[in-house]
Design a protein around this ligand. Structure first.
Ligand SMILES: NC(=O)c1ccc[n+]([C@@H]2O[C@H](COP(=O)([O-])OP(=O)(O)OC[C@H]3O[C@@H](n4cnc5c(N)ncnc54)[C@H](O)[C@@H]3O)[C@@H](O)[C@H]2O)c1
Length: 280
């Protein structure tokens, strides 16, 4: 299979590294606004940079990965779908509801494969949790508490703080993964949401704190707090799942704890992450 990359920033590079591990898949071209970055990548990996998406489409790739800032979705998705090219779209699918309406007909009517890069639901600890829940280890789910705290470090792209380019702050860059994970674990659609946002950093025009209360259609309640702190912090990504007969705590990149019948069982995956996925 041959594929192309739009954008070789942080996410684009991770896609490249991941696909390099799979036999029979070849990167045939990429686009990138930053000429310096493009030249370096092109030389290092011997891949050609193309001027625009039309040139990439002419190469007839089996799929294209969109790893661009959030404001570049409508034209890119529409053009690829019109040309019957499968897509991996970095989250979020759209900048806002209006843009979502513009691409809806393409992503719902075509017989193409589109996937949004909600990668975290596939982590070992999340899949194990899903398996324990499905096998009724903690009974029916009643409540999930999710907390996500991280530092917005200086290496992150600047566009994430500009609403016109990002569409939003911590919600669209980070917490969208938590929402996906909660839906995956809940195995239900969302019925009702109440959310509030605020800013620790007053200099940016997107939120860096959100608190969301989610009611799922199956009766499960969830609470999500996400904070993107502009200073050094104590980072945390923790999920506590309460069922009628037990509890599961997920610690991303570390493992999970199952509490049942007053006994605690640890599933420690830290070695797995050290060995296998050191960069991810
Ligand atoms: N799934 C994840 O865990 C994850 C992690 C980080 C970022 N992301 C997502 O990946 C996407 C990209 O984010 P990022 O952090 O890699 O940003 P980034 O700024 O590091 O990368 C974007 C790249 O696109 C280039 N670019 C901008 N406009 C372009 C255009 N029109 N044509 C070609 N190149 C263009 C920029 O020069 C930059 O190199 C976003 O949707 C972001 O939310 C996902």
């Amino acid at each position: 299979m041959k594929y192309a990359l739009l954008g070789i920033g942080q996410a684009g590079l991770r896609h490249y590294e991941a696909f390099e591990r799979i036999k029979g898949i070849k990167l045939i071209g990429f686009t990138e606004f930053d000429q310096k970055k493009a030249k370096k990548f092109s030389k290092k990996y011997n891949v050609k940079k193309y001027k625009n998406l039309n040139e990439i489409i002419n190469l007839k790739p089996d799929f294209i990965i969109i790893a661009l800032p959030h404001s570049f979705r409508v034209k890119e998705i529409s053009l690829c779908c019109k040309n019957k090219i499968n897509l991996i779209i970095e989250k979020p699918l759209a900048l806002n509801i209006n843009q979502l309406k513009l691409i809806e007909k393409y992503i719902s009517s075509n017989k193409l494969i589109h996937t949004i890069s909600f990668v975290h639901r596939y982590r070992k600890e999340v899949l194990k949790t899903k398996n324990l829940i499905s096998n009724n280890y903690i009974g029916g789910l009643k409540f999930i508490s999710e907390i996500m705290i991280s530092q917005k470090n200086a290496l992150l792209p600047k566009w994430i703080d500009i609403k016109k380019k990002s569409g939003g702050g911590v919600l669209l860059y980070n917490a969208i993964h938590s929402i996906d994970k909660l839906c995956f674990l809940a195995n239900s659609n969302i019925d009702y949401v109440f959310a509030k946002k605020t800013n620790i950093n007053k200099k940016i025009d997107v939120e860096d704190v959100i608190t969301i209360s989610i009611n799922f259609k199956n009766g499960l309640l969830a609470n999500l707090i996400a904070v993107f702190v502009p200073y050094k912090t104590t980072p945390k990504w923790e999920t506590k799942i309460f069922g009628v007969s037990g509890q599961i705590d997920i610690n991303i990149r570390k493992g999970l704890v199952l509490i049942k019948n007053n006994k605690i069982k640890n599933f420690d995956y830290s070695e797995y992450y050290k060995k296998k996925w050191s960069k991810l």
